[in-house]
Design a protein around this ligand. Structure first.
Ligand code: RIB
Ligand code: CA
Length: 305
């Protein structure tokens, strides 16, 4: 039975790879995609999400989510993902349109209408997930699980303390981690182990499908941008969430309760691991078997145009 998921993305480069894997893997039933402000402003992350879904032939509905964080001022990551939020590939004229209605309401209606069956996979700031929890307080007990990309038990990547998705909406992250929902946190501890190196990118550059061509053009930009910021190779942050849903055995995890620093300005957005408590169950990704990760992406390529 395929896992029913809703992706909540701030499409950027690695979000694009997460969409490709969710669309191309038989283990996943992609019910819908919600775009949120994060890597770029919502208008751009929504446009990028629609472009990616149209190019790969993904028919799942796409919704607009929150255009700003719950409380703090909006931040973006144009330095990595570029002015468009997905610099590199070119897309044909866009015909796919966003659905009417707010993405947060889509999340609530879908989760509550399919109790204990739907996994939420947020790969950007947690603004939409937090709003869904506030609007429908029963959601944490009805959602199957939340597999999120964000946080770090070690250093951050937006500040020395905070990973970008958490930094971009710390209050939303705190609501989610304290909600009681079963959470899997794919933070930098594990995502920085899944790197796209030059040899692999050169190999994928020989794939000629539309999806692979988009992937390669995107990754060439992403690799160059990461190098400008001191990283030798780009990490597959967001796709780790989809890979976990498809095959949890790829990853090792530790159980913790997670708190988010909100008061100390310097450490704002830091995810702090505390001893696990039954009402705040978070599995934190710690290890990845990359020999099992890449075949998932390659199978998704083979299933998409
Ligand atoms: O820190 C990595 C995260 O921030 C990824 O989700 C990337 O897309 C950016 O949103
Ligand atoms: Ca993202």
């Amino acid at each position: 039975m395929a896992e029913k998921i809703i992706l909540d993305v701030d499409t950027g480069h690695d979000d694009m790879v997460a969409i490709v894997m969710a669309s191309g893997l038989e283990e996943i039933d992609l019910l819908g995609v919600v775009a949120v402000a994060g890597n770029q402003v919502l208008e751009k992350t929504l446009h990028n999400t629609l472009n990616v879904c149209q190019l790969i032939g993904e028919s799942a509905p796409v919704f607009a989510g929150m255009d700003r964080p719950i409380i703090r001022e909006r931040v973006v990551a144009g330095d990595i993902h570029g002015k468009s939020g997905l610099d590199g590939p070119t897309f044909p004229p866009l015909n796919k349109q966003a659905e009417r209605g707010h993405g947060v309401n889509f999340i609530i209606d879908t989760v509550m209408g399919n109790p204990h069956e739907v996994t939420l996979v947020p790969t950007g700031p947690l603004s939409d997930i937090a709003m869904a929890i506030r609007l429908e307080p029963r959601l944490p007990k009805v959602v199957k699980q939340i597999v999120l990309m964000g946080g770090s038990l070690g250093a951050g990547n937006r500040t020395p303390y905070a990973e970008f998705n958490i930094f971009a909406d710390g209050e939303a992250a705190s609501i989610v981690f304290n909600s009681g929902a079963p959470i899997v946190m794919m933070g930098l501890d594990v995502t920085l182990q899944v790197l796209l190196d030059r040899e692999r990118l050169d190999r994928y550059s020989r794939f000629s499908s539309k999806t692979a061509t988009m992937f390669n053009a995107s990754m060439k930009h992403y690799m160059a941008a990461c190098r400008l910021h001191g990283a030798e190779y780009p990490a597959m942050h967001d796709p780790c969430c989809v890979a976990y849903v498809a095959d949890p055995t790829i990853f090792t995890t530790e159980e913790h309760s997670i708190e988010v620093e909100l008061k100390d300005e310097e450490r704002y957005g830091k995810t702090i691991a505390l001893p696990p408590t039954p009402n705040k169950p978070t599995l934190v990704g710690m290890g990845a078997d990359t020999s099992l990760f890449w075949p998932l992406l390659e199978r998704a390529f083979s299933n998409l145009p």
